[in-house]
Design a protein around this ligand. Sequence first.
Ligand code: TTP
Ligand code: MG
Length: 382
Amino acid sequence: MERMIAHLDMDAFFASVEERDNPRLRGLPIVVGADPMEGKGRGVVSTANYAARAYSIRSALPISKAWQFSQKAKRKGRPEVIFLDVDFRKYSKVSHEIMEIIRKYSSTIEQASIDEAYIDLTHVESFENAIEICKKIKQEIKEKEKLTASIGLGPNKLIAKIASDMQKPDGLTVVHPEQVENFLEPLPIRKMPGIGPKTELFFKKQGVMTINDLKKYSKDDMRNMLGSPRTNFAQTQSVFRPKASTKLVRGKWGFDLYDRIRGIDESPVTEEYEIKSIGEQETFREDTLDFKFVFERIEGLCESVIRRLKHSDFKKFRTVVITIRFSGFETKIRSHTMPKPAGSLKVLKGEIAKLLMPFFDARENPKRKKIRLIGVRIEKLS
Ligand code: TTP
Ligand code: MG
């Protein structure tokens, strides 16, 4: 039977929650993220509401840049950006409530990040019914949470994911199975999950702009050009959605862009334990290669990760992941999966230390670049 899958993604999530809770902020440009410190701040933007996006401010932009854009707007007589700290606990609570609302409409849902979920609606039997359910979910979130969500509905997760982004905010985009190829063809290749800035550039150099342009390559061409996603894409993943994006690009048989640009995606909606992860990161006040300092900070991150693990539904982890961002923003992600699950701080520190060492010598850092940000994450929780 033809499947029907919805993908829901909250609009400007962290910022919308803040806007909702502080009526004085309504309509103003808002950035949630690191402290801008009058332009000297060193962290990044977590998210910007749509008013702040009109100033070209986006997730992951250095907070100092966001500050500059705000000052520029101010000089033109436009409102200054309101900068707010990240209140992760608050957003997690809202996220949880949203997932509970979704759960009422389907027993098969997969939370893919703090503000998005796939919803299997195959059981409602027709697209008309599925559209009605999507409207109801949006309505209930609006009434109960005073927030808007955008939903994409299609025959698989890939199409649903792309569709949910098409009419933000407060959108509902439906792609019937027979419309799939027409829907995909005109899109810029970057809209395809898994195609990041590097792959986009690689193809653009060959004159490939749209998904339709990609169809000229054979399956073998694709494999030869792109290799495996592990080597090509690991570095471009957002630290905020560790597995969700990889799962989409890495099917059972490895990367298969050939099928995906034709709208083919068989991956099931499943709440797999390995999607869950616990991570912490820190941007330093100054870039550094001081081993003792970095090591101390990373131990602190390990401690908070273990604390959060203890307060979670999980007891053990099998994979440890380290994120290192250098001056100039080059970011490397390295991971190790242990043969057996572990749960102690000691094991985490030990494994992380092994991954960290190479960043202090030629193995991972031949040019001796200074480190700007470090992150620690555990995955494959049980
Ligand atoms: P997104 O859904 O990517 O972004 P968004 O909800 O803010 O905006 P959109 O309307 O385009 O969906 O991410 C959800 C939340 O995750 C976001 O509100 C903040 C957080 N986040 C970060 O902290 N850092 C990041 O780099 C990204 C992409 C998101
Ligand atoms: Mg969102």
